[in-house]
Design a protein around this ligand. Structure first.
Ligand code: IPE
Ligand code: IPE
Ligand code: MG
Length: 255
């Protein structure tokens, strides 16, 4: 049986966000340089994008480089940029063929020129694609994103473009990098760490969290399917009681 058949196609997450962690540990266990772990991790990115596209999941957000990752050795950081360029180069044809739009969240400022150029090129090339959005979080921090959104909003209030009385959750969401995209339904973190590490702080308010001990380079289609199956067993209550949900469901005529 195709493992994809184990998934309920009527209960898929619309937006999956992933903290891709554990590349360094994967390499260390093999007495290899951390960079080999990142290279193997890039293969997992390809696998996960392909599987999400197959399942028709419209939004996927991948944490590729955090604001805090600048604290790593320069050699590792440069290797990550090289891998990112390689990734974009090799995946662009598939993105174009399969209707995938590449988007980035995070600050362009501070990135090497060659990275900005490659990202801008790929974003422009795929800008008309409508079937799926892949957000790469690069030079991204959740708190920084909220501050940047506030600054933009305050500026517009000062220019009389926004009335402070109109500020609400929906309006403010539009000032974040994720704009009008739906919030993630499922957050996956690999390598067993139970923390958010400054990822999508606003957007994760009601997201289901799945932590797996599997290291990112080992996280492929089979592991993604496990995560989705686990998500499908959850009861998302959004503050209501379980009884309310079941009564409510009973009231909705089967279509
Ligand atoms: C995730 O793997 C990749 C990035 C943060 C860029 P790590 O490099 O954090 O791997 P560990 O946590 O050291 O194992
Ligand atoms: C989170 O992983 C950032 C990315 C996956 C890009 P880290 O490995 O940097 O997180 P911490 O430092 O363990 O919290
Ligand atoms: Mg890590």
């Amino acid at each position: 049986m195709d493992p994809l058949d184990q998934i309920d196609l009527n209960k898929l997450p619309r937006h999956i966000a992933i903290i891709m962690d554990g590349n360094g540990r994967w390499a260390r266990r093999r007495l290899m340089n951390r960079i080999h772990g990142h290279r193997e991790g890039a293969k997992s990115v390809r696998a996960v994008v392909t599987t999400c596209r197959k399942l028709n999941i419209p939004y996927l957000t991948l944490y590729a480089f955090s604001k805090e990752n600048w604290r790593r050795p320069a050699q590792e950081i440069n290797a990550l940029w090289d891998l990112l360029l390689e990734y974009i180069d090799s995946q662009l044809p598939e993105m174009l063929e399969k209707g995938i739009r590449l988007n980035t969240i995070g600050d362009e400022e501070g990135l090497p020129e060659r990275v900005i150029k490659a990202l801008d090129f790929a974003k422009e090339k795929t800008s008309k694609n409508k079937d799926m959005v892949v957000n790469l979080a690069i030079n991204y921090g959740g708190r920084q994103e909220i501050i940047a959104g506030i600054k933009k909003l305050v500026q517009e209030v000062m220019n009389n473009q926004v009335n402070p009385d109109d500020i609400n959750m929906e309006l403010f969401s539009g000032y974040l990098f994720t704009g009008r995209q739906p919030d993630p339904d499922l957050l996956i973190r690999t390598s067993g760490e139970f923390r958010i590490s400054n990822f999508l702080l606003w957007q994760l308010a009601y997201t289901e969290i799945y932590v797996t001990p599997v290291l990112w380079p080992d996280f492929r289609e089979k592991e993604l399917i496990e995560a989705i199956k686990d998500y499908q067993r959850r009861e998302r209550r959004f503050g209501r009681t379980s009884d309310q949900l079941h009564t409510h469901q009973a009231e909705i005529p089967a279509s």
